[in-house]
Design a protein around this ligand. Structure first.
Ligand SMILES: [Zn+2]
Length: 417
């Protein structure tokens, strides 16, 4: 009876007497996903942003006032490249995570990784492959969406696709069949089936390895042919899903660009010609600077003490070439190689490697939202999801402000440690 009465009152008053609880946020400044505004307020109602404007100018009514003095408010950050089912390789090598850790252990760890990611202000992740843990990202995403565990909104790739034999723990006798880090599929029919199977199981995006260190050769080499990559893109696209390619070699990158992949991951051996081709085709680059930096340190480089190894110098040079070519840059660190929750390490490195702080802020918010087709987030704008993060200080002046989290809202809910 009460419900009916409430419904009637709501209907008669057009909802104004029974609106959802509102929050009025007052930071020092607001980065709206594109521009920094000094002295702005943001009004949140329910899970959405209701209004944005000059401090004191919004009709807040019954809203609870949240004083965020000393902070900058940004859209919830979007991690472009994570693996919630991996943990840092200096703890356990990738081979051993794939071969020796129980799936239940990997999932248990992933729940902790999800929580730490959210607390770090990353309210969305594009999780690019379970690395041998089948479809466990799908269940993880559902557990988060059902409120069972705290974590970011997830865009999932599930198993990812590899050419036969190309992405596996190394160093075994050829007489042994070693589990792979992703799903092997080659050729016309098998590729079509694998893409559709992954979509059917929950993939939001299809990930493909366009090259890898393969067999006894130490260097990465292209894996799929251009025709195979085109087929993967065609099948994924016909279902409304994009394809993302792991590509480190110039030839792997070239094929992935021409096939219509939307983002290239890593791109370490890109050239000015390849970056020009990316620009021409509107392909975005997710440079994963922090992963290369972490792996080089795991191999013994003492950062800040030893001179920069060739690999790091090379990465600085190719990243600069990508910036000079005007390639769209997605922020994505390949988190999992390094610690979940330390996602902002990539953003610090983007600045260190020559990107302007404002461009880095755009990259991790509006650019990632646009490239990943997430139209309901990535900006602070009326009607969008109230995924918001307040950080101490001004990240345009000191980028590591992005690690000093004061408040995280996910869909208007205060995420507490
Ligand atoms: Zn990765």
């Amino acid at each position: 009876m009460k419900t009916l009465l409430t419904y009637l009152i709501c209907w008669l008053t057009l909802g104004s007497l029974c609106a959802q609880p509102a929050l009025l946020l007052r930071p020092d400044r607001v980065f709206d996903g594109e521009v920094m505004h000094e002295a702005w307020d943001v009004l949140v109602r329910g899970n959405r942003i209701e209004a944005v404007g000059q401090a004191g100018s919004l009709k807040a009514g019954d809203a609870r006032f949240i004083d965020l003095k000393g902070t900058t408010l940004l859209p919830g950050m979007i991690e472009g490249h994570s693996h919630l089912l991996l943990h840092p390789y200096n703890e356990v090598a990738w081979d051993d995570q794939v071969l020796r850790e129980a799936r239940s252990e990997r999932v248990a760890r992933a729940t902790v990784h999800a929580r730490n990611t959210l607390l770090a202000g990353f309210t969305t992740v594009r999780d690019l492959g379970t690395e041998g843990a089948d479809y466990d990202d799908v269940g993880l995403k559902q557990a988060i969406n059902k409120g069972v565990i705290p974590g970011p909104r997830m865009v999932v790739a599930t198993r990812a696709l590899i050419a036969t034999g190309s992405y596996a723990p190394k160093g075994f006798s050829p007489d042994i069949t070693v589990p792979q880090g992703a799903e092997e599929a080659d050729g016309h029919d098998a590729l079509i089936q694998a893409v559709r199977r992954q979509i059917g199981k929950g993939a939001d995006v299809i990930k493909v390895y366009a090259d890898y260190r393969w067999g006894l050769m130490a260097d990465a080499r292209p894996t799929y042919t251009l025709d195979e990559l085109k087929l993967i893109v065609e099948i994924a696209k016909s279902s409304g899903r994009g394809v993302v390619a792991h590509a480190g070699t110039a030839e792997g990158m070239r094929r992935a660009i021409l096939a219509g992949c939307e983002t290239l991951e890593h791109g370490d051996a890109g050239t000015p010609e390849i970056f020009a081709l990316m620009k021409q085709h509107g392909t975005a680059l997710c440079p994963t600077l922090a992963a290369g930096d972490a792996i080089t340190q795991y191999r013994g480089w003492k950062k800040g003490v030893d001179p920069e190894p060739e690999r790091i110098k090379q990465k600085r040079a190719t990243f600069k070439q990508a910036l000079d070519a005007g390639v769209t840059i997605c922020a994505g660190g390949d988190v999992g190689v390094f610690t979940h929750g330390d996602n902002a390490r990539e953003l610090e490195m983007m600045v260190d490697y020559g990107m302007k702080p404002l461009e880095v802020l755009k990259s991790v918010t509006s650019t990632n939202a646009d490239v990943f087709h997430l139209t309901d987030r990535g900006r602070i704008k009326t009607g969008l999801l109230a995924d918001l993060v307040a950080v101490e200080g001004n990240p345009l002046q000191t980028i590591n402000s992005l690690k000093k989290i004061r408040l995280v809202l996910k869909g208007g809910d205060d995420v507490k440690p």
